[in-house]
Design a protein around this ligand. Structure first.
Ligand SMILES: Nc1ncnc2c1ncn2[C@@H]1O[C@H](COP(=O)(O)OP(=O)(O)OP(=O)(O)O)[C@@H](O)[C@H]1O
Ligand SMILES: [Mg+2]
Length: 217
């Protein structure tokens, strides 16, 4: 079943010159997909994830989520959509500095599931860091906390922007296994990575080049 679909999506930034990191992109994302997007630094991978995450409005084209045209939703509706159906592991993790690790994960949740939270924290080696503030965590621990936050609500779409940055091989493997587990439950994972080895785990691989998404065989 299709979860979401990009149709002729273009994103411009006007900064004196016009930057077009995403130019006429089409992509249909289905339940259980594991998609990897690669491409050099500055090419537009994060921009594309922001569009998929409904955090950036495309300049042209249509983005459908559950067959709803996202451009027809107001800010509150988009916020509800994200809280319910989208998980985002940001490139810079975006944890709230004033909240503890546990609060960072819980504050978007409608209803808490302590058991699931405990299991995920254990899985990511964070069960003894729950009460720590982000600045009291290591870079890799913050990344793993971001991972827990991105999947705690069982999203339909999980967007992971270079999720294995600051992780050693062991934790990178744990991260990938967690994503795979999510896909087995029907979540579609879209991961941006520079790590060729990890990219091999994906079912579909794309390179973003000159604003175009090119599928690799
Ligand atoms: N809000 C913005 N305003 C203006 N330009 C932007 C904005 N966000 C991104 N850009 C520009 O769009 C281009 C793509 O940025 P993006 O962050 O999507 O790249 P990326 O592929 O994720 O790179 P990296 O691998 O380094 O994370 C860059 O040239 C950047 O300067
Ligand atoms: Mg990026």
């Amino acid at each position: 079943m299709e979860i979401c679909r990009l149709e002729n999506i273009k994103k411009n930034f006007q900064m004196g010159e016009t930057i077009t990191p995403v130019d006429d992109v089409n992509l249909s994302i289905h339940e259980g997909d594991f998609i990897v997007i690669e491409g050099p630094s500055g090419v537009g991978k994060s921009t594309l994830l922001y569009v998929l995450g409904t955090l950036l409005q495309p300049t042209e084209g249509k983005y459908y989520f559950d067959d709803v045209d996202v451009s027809t939703l107001n800010d509150q509706q988009k916020s509800d959509l994200r809280a319910k159906h989208i998980g985002f592991l940001f490139q810079d993790t975006n944890l709230i500095q004033a909240l503890t690790l546990k609060q960072n994960i819980e504050f978007v949740l409608d209803h808490k599931n302590e058991e699931l939270l405990e299991n995920l924290l254990k899985h990511f080696g964070l069960d003894d860091r729950k009460e720590f503030l982000p600045h009291q965590l290591s870079g890799g621990q913050r990344r793993r906390a971001g991972a827990v936050r991105s999947m705690i609500h069982g999203p339909k779409l999980l967007l992971a922007d270079e999720p294995t940055n600051d992780l050693d091989e062991h934790w990178a493997q744990v991260m990938i296994e967690a994503f795979k587990e999510q896909t087995q439950k029907g979540t579609a994972v879209v991961m941006v990575t520079h790590n060729k080895e990890l990219a091999m785990h994906a079912k579909r691989r794309f390179v973003l080049q000159d604003g175009k998404l090119i599928e690799q065989n």
